[in-house]
Design a protein around this ligand. Sequence first.
Ligand SMILES: NC(=O)c1ccc[n+]([C@@H]2O[C@H](COP(=O)([O-])OP(=O)(O)OC[C@H]3O[C@@H](n4cnc5c(N)ncnc54)[C@H](O)[C@@H]3O)[C@@H](O)[C@H]2O)c1
Length: 309
Amino acid sequence: MSWLVTGGAGYVGAHVVRAMAAAGERVVVLDDLSTGDPARLVAVPLVVGSVRDRGLVRRVLREHAVQGVVHLAGRAGAEESGADPLPYWTENVEGTVALLEGCRAKGVARVVLSSTAAAYPEADGTPRSPYGRTALAAEWAVRDGAAWGCAAVVLRCCEVAGAATPELGDRSPTGPLAPVFRAVDEGRRPVLHGDGHPTPDGSPVRDLVHVADVADAHLAAVRALTAGSPGGTHDVGRGEPSSDREVLRLVGEVTGADTEPEVVAARPGAPGRLAAADRTARELGFRARRDLRSVVASAWAAWRAQQPF
Ligand SMILES: NC(=O)c1ccc[n+]([C@@H]2O[C@H](COP(=O)([O-])OP(=O)(O)OC[C@H]3O[C@@H](n4cnc5c(N)ncnc54)[C@H](O)[C@@H]3O)[C@@H](O)[C@H]2O)c1
C-alpha cells in the first residue's frame, strides 16, 4: 500500500516525500511539473500528469494500491492570485474536487490537505487573497468528505522557508526571504515596511517555519490518519513571532552583509498571524523543532545554490 503525494516535485512536496520515505512510508508522486522539478525526487515513482485528469487519478490510485493522499498540488502565490485569480480556482478548487472524486470512486478515505494560513479570514470575514479563498474552498471540499466516510487532516501552514538540503530549496521568486536575499546579492539595503507596529521591536512579525518541520507535520498527519483519527484542522508554524528586524539581523550574520534596512511605509493590515502551535502539539503530536536561525541559514544556502554565479 502506498500514499499518493500530489505536487511531490514541488518545494514543500519534495520535503514531504523525503520525510515520508525516511519514515518507511511507500510513496508515489503525481505532479504535472508546472512548477515542480523531478530532480528533487530520489527513488520514488513519479507519475507526470494533473490531478484534474480524472482518468489518470483513478489509474494511479488503483495501480499503486493507494491507501491515502497527501495533497499539495496547486498554486501558492497570494500576490499572483490577485492579478490572475482564475488559474487558482481551476488548479486549487477544481483540482481538489477531481482528486476527491477519484478517492471516493476508489474507496481511498484518508486525505491530508496542505493548506495555508492565508485561508484565515481578515476583519471583513474573508481571506485576503484569491489564493486564500481558493485554499478555504478546497479545505471545505475535503472536510465535507466526512459525508462519504473520508477522514481528513487540513494543515494550515504559515510562511514556509529554509531547505533540508540546498537542492530542495524554494525556487519561487516570491518566497518569504527572497526580497532580502535579492537585496544582499545586489548590494542594496533591504526594505523594512514600517517600524511603528505594536510589536516588541516595532517591525512587522510573522510565523516563519522551516520546511523540514512542515514536512514532519504532514508525516504526523499521515500517522494520525493511519491510526484511525477522524482528522481535523491544524496550524503549522513555530508559534513564535519572527520579527522582520530579527530576520534581517540573522541574514546579516549568515551572509556577512550589512542588512541595516531602509524603513519605508507600513503595508496595510495588521502584523502577521502566529500558529496555534500548542493546540497542534496537543491534538496532532507535532511541534516545530528548528529555530529561526536554521530557517534563515538553510534558506540562504539554497538561494546561493540556485544563483548562476
Ligand atoms: N511555500 C509556502 O510558503 C507555503 C505556505 C503555506 C502553504 N503552502 C502550501 O503548500 C503547497 C505546495 O506549495 P509549494 O510552495 O511547494 O509550491 P510549488 O509550486 O513548489 O509546488 C506545487 C507543486 O504542485 C504541482 N502542480 C501544480 N498544479 C498541479 C496539478 N494540477 N496536478 C499535479 N501537480 C500540480 C507543481 O508542479 C509543483 O510541483 C500548496 O498547497 C500551498 O498552499 C505553501
